[in-house]
Design a protein around this ligand. Structure first.
Ligand SMILES: Nc1ncnc2c1ncn2[C@@H]1O[C@H](COP(=O)(O)OP(=O)(O)O)[C@@H](O)[C@H]1O
Ligand SMILES: [Mg+2]
Length: 262
């Protein structure tokens, strides 16, 4: 059936990107339903970040198409794609290091997307920024929301980047290794937040190396290796595939000899 109501929110069709002779992403296709939670895994250098960059307009594809809510967004500028409702976090965070943490949320809070969504009001945004950070676990009564970003520990920067993405009120959120550099306790407090966003209807793509945590929250996983999609399915389904075990765990999978019936 192809009625507009079950039109996928995102459709990636045969996306390709080569950097010179390097095929970073090769012929990758997948679909995402509204409200779905998709995990993307794969070894280092398998094309995960490039795929995110292609979807969000940071890199132009060498081939293929990206459709968001049925609209072709291939090759559009990142700010246009963000304005349509796709927000992302960065593996290497990009923040305004000289500003207090909460001031980093002012740009998305003043974006045309957010203004449109709330009926064109400008007004004061500082309180709203602090509220948003409070929701992300930056307690408003602590010094953290007001501290200069450059002086905050790394785990805070990743969560601030998440807050920045959420300030845009996205319909699709893409997280590129959000948990890298976070402590166990930071992961433990951030994961329920992300689950809550998804329960409330947000569609999420999460690239993550911490499989245990990832597999707890996702509906489906896509596996990349050398730029190609090698598997897609539930966590159990993909991890059962020999090609995935070999690529992802770097081991040759052999059927163990029968322990013996004799
Ligand atoms: N801007 C770039 N210029 C040249 N090569 C790149 C660039 N970005 C990524 N690559 C190459 O593309 C491949 C995929 O990289 P990347 O998408 O970062 O993988 P992952 O996120 O899975 O670790 C790697 O071989 C990487 O070196
Ligand atoms: Mg990456």
């Amino acid at each position: 059936m192809t009625t507009s109501s079950n039109e996928p929110i995102l459709r990636v069709e045969r996306l390709k990107k080569n950097f010179g002779g390097v095929l970073a992403v090769y012929d990758v296709s997948f679909e995402l339903k509204r409200g779905e939670f998709l995990g993307i895994i794969g070894p280092n250098g398998s094309g995960k970040t490039t795929l995110v960059n292609l979807i969000t307009g940071f890199v132009r594809p060498s081939g293929g198409r990206v459709l968001f809510k049925g609209k072709n967004i291939t090759g559009k500028m990142p700010y246009k794609i963000a304005d349509l409702g796709i927000a992302r976090t960065f593996q290497m965070v990009r923040l305004f290091y000289n500003l207090p943490a909460y001031k980093n949320l002012i740009i998305p809070l003043c974006s045309s997307r957010v203004r449109r969504m709330r009926g064109g009001k400008y007004g004061e945004k500082d309180d709203e920024a602090v509220d948003l950070l409070d929701d992300m676990g930056f307690e408003r009564d602590s010094y953290v929301p007001y501290k200069q970003v450059g002086t905050l520990p790394h785990g805070y920067l990743k969560r601030l980047d998440l807050a920045r993405a959420m300030a845009l009120r996205p319909e699709l959120l893409i997280l590129d290794e959000l948990f890298s550099g976070m402590s166990m306790s930071e992961v433990a407090s951030t994961l329920p937040l992300i689950e809550k966003f998804n329960r409330e209807g947000l569609t999420i793509i999460m690239i993550e190396h911490r499989l245990k945590e990832l597999f707890r929250v996702v509906d489906r996983v896509l596996v990349l290796n050398f730029g190609e999609k090698i598997a897609e399915g539930t966590p159990d389904e993909v991890m059962a595939e020999d090609e995935v075990k070999k690529a992802y765990l770097g081991i040759d999978v052999e059927i163990p000899p029968d322990p013996g019936t004799a």
